[in-house]
Design a protein around this ligand. Structure first.
Ligand code: GRG
Length: 306
């Protein structure tokens, strides 16, 4: 607890992550008949831990708009949806046709355990089920249908060809020939920031935010998402493999072009601090009822070691 009697950030993250975990465990209706191996492969990656940052952003944004925690149950299906999308992207990104990685979230990657075909299907299953989950916010938790519809539209846009999938495609296409920092930034903004921007906007939509608040939250998300990704590049260079749950220096080994590659380690760290400040200024401009958790999360993202 802090001096105001509020739980500290670590406690807040633990509490919200465990609410998300509990919801993720019951996200598939019991009465559905699903091939056991498919559901096992989906859960293998979905329930493998992970920081649960994106769902926590959904919940924190919903709470920030109204300043009330009773929006958490209504926002939980949306929080689960973004974690399903994120997990699908990790499963597919680890495949031999993409990054060909053996470890993720401290365990063997999905295809190493279930084979490539089942890993592809586990990703497909999570991607599709995410949209079902968003709809449950309206069906079971009273979120107005127009808000759920707006969230479905935003999820397609931010996770799809104009968002994360587009970023991944640009990354694959440019792999050998990236020569400009702006090209790398475009990839980071699509691959990483867009899911964070979605999380913030979607949580705020559940809470009934104004268009101006959504716009400022988008700027906040874009800045801290980029800072988060640069920190990811930095951690790959100087981080601790045990804390990260995956090997370090993989970017160097795969000859990947990163932020530190372009501008060096110190300038990358300065850029992280600059983006975080820029993001926090947008957050302040959003004039939310309770922005404290979002402010704290922005700092947490760049101070993390995992
Ligand atoms: C395959 C369509 C498709 C997209 C793949 C997610 C992704 C796009 C690629 C993974 C590689 C990468 C560095 C992505 C940037 C986003 C990022 C830093 C992901 C890791 O997110 P964390 O640290 O992971 O939040 P946890 O495991 O904690 O959830």
């Amino acid at each position: 607890m802090n001096e105001l009697g509020m739980p500290g950030l670590q406690e807040y993250i633990r509490e919200r992550a465990s609410q998300v975990e509990a919801e993720l465990r019951r996200v598939m209706p019991d009465e559905w008949s699903v091939p056991a191996t498919l559901s096992e492969a989906m859960n293998y990656s979905l329930l493998a831990g992970g920081k649960r940052l994106r769902p926590i952003f959904v919940l924190a944004a919903a709470e920030a708009v109204e300043g009330a925690i009773d929006l958490v149950p209504a926002a939980l299906p949306v929080a689960c949806a973004i974690e399903m999308i994120h997990t699908y992207s990790l499963i597919h990104d680890d495949l031999p046709a993409m990054d060909d990685d053996d470890y993720r979230r401290g365990r063997l990657t999905n295809h190493k355990v279930y084979g490539e075909a089942m890993a592809i299907l586990a990703g497909d299953g999570l991607l599709t089920h995410a949209f079902y989950s968003v709809v449950q916010a309206a069906r079971r938790h009273g979120v107005p249908a127009d808000r759920a519809l707006a969230i479905v539209e935003e999820l397609s846009a931010f996770a799809g060809p104009k968002g994360m999938v587009g970023g991944q495609a640009a990354d694959m296409l440019g792999e050998q020939g990236l020569t400009k920092l702006e090209e790398l930034e475009y990839i980071h903004l699509r691959k990483t920031s867009d899911l964070i921007v979605f999380s913030l906007r979607a949580g705020a939509i559940v809470g009934g935010a104004s268009p101006k608040q959504l716009e400022e939250l988008e700027t906040f998300g874009r800045c801290i998402g980029l800072a988060f990704q640069i920190q990811d590049d930095v951690l790959d260079l100087i981080g601790d493999a045990a804390k990260l749950g995956k090997p370090v220096k993989s970017d160097e080994k795969q000859l990947k072009v990163t932020y530190p590659y372009f501008i060096g380690l110190d300038a990358s760290k300065r850029r992280i601090a600059e983006l975080t400040e820029q993001g926090k200024a947008a957050l302040e401009a959003a004039e939310l009822a309770n922005p404290l958790r979002l402010q704290q999360l922005a700092d947490f993202l760049v101070e993390r070691e995992f």
